[in-house]
Design a protein around this ligand. Structure first.
Ligand code: PHE
Length: 373
């Protein structure tokens, strides 16, 4: 809305929305001026953008515009008529200018309102958007990978459906070994023409075989992945994750194994922690040992996590058995090596203080959300 003094009647007039333009001035007496004024009001109603308004201005008020042309009629009027005509002429001209101005503002306002309706208000506070995170096992998996990569190990993988020979025989696990019992193994395909069954790999150790068959020593690899056993209780799930380590070269000793495990454990738990070996038996290593780490929670004083022993059992390890070297064509007189294997899930539980293995695989958001990364 705009208030402006009427050039003709000197009263204040209100010029507003053109569509309903109600001009308070009395219309001009001269019929030609009156007609021009009506024509303009009608045309202004249809003008929908700035360009159309500009064209209207030129059409009516331009030097050669229709209103300007009417000026010439003044020549034929008496002085009194000319005075009245001149006053009305100026009033109509002012009206037209004011209406064009008002209409332009009205269009700008409408455009802005439309734009605002399209925009999102960035100042509005929204509900928090839920963020996904890597699973606690994946986080641990990547952490282990990084530590071993930093020590110069390469990451390898193997198939989950494994050849019976690679999963057992090449690893010196004889046919009557308990690990081959139906209780432990998921058999996928009974013995085929080649005489071998296919199984879901029961550990990551077959990747040792695949790695050594693929190339000559030296090798320094880790393999992380899912393994499967027919087991299901608070400390066992049918699928779980293992990390396997294998280092083969000339003159590799058990001392290298212990140093590597010591460094690895300290890097993962971010504090110096002792490791120890306990003699144990695995068919594919000799000597074999289980390795324990000083309990990261009580530092050895004894707590519920380590069952008051001060130590936590991590996995199996040992020097690669000569029979395994022979199965892959390595000369046990020339090279020696060590291997280890342990559960990634158990490591995740230790790192995050989780007590029930099954929680890791239930997929319960309320549990998983507690470990963002
Ligand atoms: N494969 C063994 C297991 O699953 C662990 C292991 C790996 C032991 C390498 C010794 C050497 O229990």
């Amino acid at each position: 809305m705009r208030r402006w003094p009427c050039g003709g009647c000197r009263r204040l007039r209100v010029v507003g929305r053109v569509a309903e333009a109600a001009l308070l001035c009395s219309p001009p007496v001269d019929p030609r001026l009156r007609a021009e004024r009506e024509r303009f009001i009608e045309a202004a109603r249809k003008a929908d953008d700035d360009a159309a308004l500009y064209a209207l201005k030129v059409e009516f008020l331009g030097k050669k515009g229709s209103l300007s042309k009417l000026r010439s009629v003044m020549r034929d009027l008496s002085p009194a008529e000319r005075k009245a005509f001149g006053r009305d002429f100026n009033t109509v001209k002012d009206e037209i200018e004011a209406l064009i101005d008002a209409r332009r503002k009205e269009l700008a306002k409408r455009r802005r309102a439309e734009e605002l309706a399209r925009w999102e208000d960035v100042s509005v506070v929204l509900d928090p958007v839920p963020r996904g995170a890597l699973h606690i096992v994946t986080q641990t998996w990547r952490r282990l990978e990084r530590v071993f990569e930093n020590m110069g190990f390469t990451v390898h993988d193997g198939p989950h459906v494994e050849h019976g020979k690679t999963n057992f025989d090449d690893l010196n696990i004889p046919p009557d070994h308990p690990a081959r019992d139906m209780q432990d193994t998921f058999f996928v395909v009974p013995p085929t023409d080649d005489g071998w069954e296919r199984v879901l790999r029961t550990h990551t150790s077959p990747v040792q075989i695949r790695t050594m068959l693929a190339g000559p020593p030296p090798v320094r690899v880790v393999a992380l992945g899912q393994v499967y056993r027919r087991d299901d209780d608070a400390t066992h799930t049918p699928m779980f994750h293992q990390i396997e380590g294998l280092y083969v070269d000339r003159d590799v000793s058990m001392a290298d194994l212990k140093a590597t495990l010591y460094h690895f454990v300290s890097a993962v738990f971010e504090t110096d922690l002792d490791v120890r070996f306990r003699p144990s038996f695995f068919p594919f290593v000799e000597p074999g040992a289980e390795f324990d780490v000083r309990c990261p929670f009580c530092k050895g004083d004894g707590c519920s996590v380590c069952k008051r022993t001060g130590w936590i059992e991590l996995g199996g390890s040992g020097m690669v058995h000569p029979a395994v070297f022979e199965a892959v064509g390595y000369d046990p007189e020339e090279v020696s090596g060590w291997a280890f294997g342990f559960g990634i899930d158990r490591m995740a539980m230790l790192l995050h203080g989780v007590s029930d293995l099954r929680l890791l695989f239930d997929g319960d958001q309320r549990f998983l959300e507690q470990f963002p990364c």
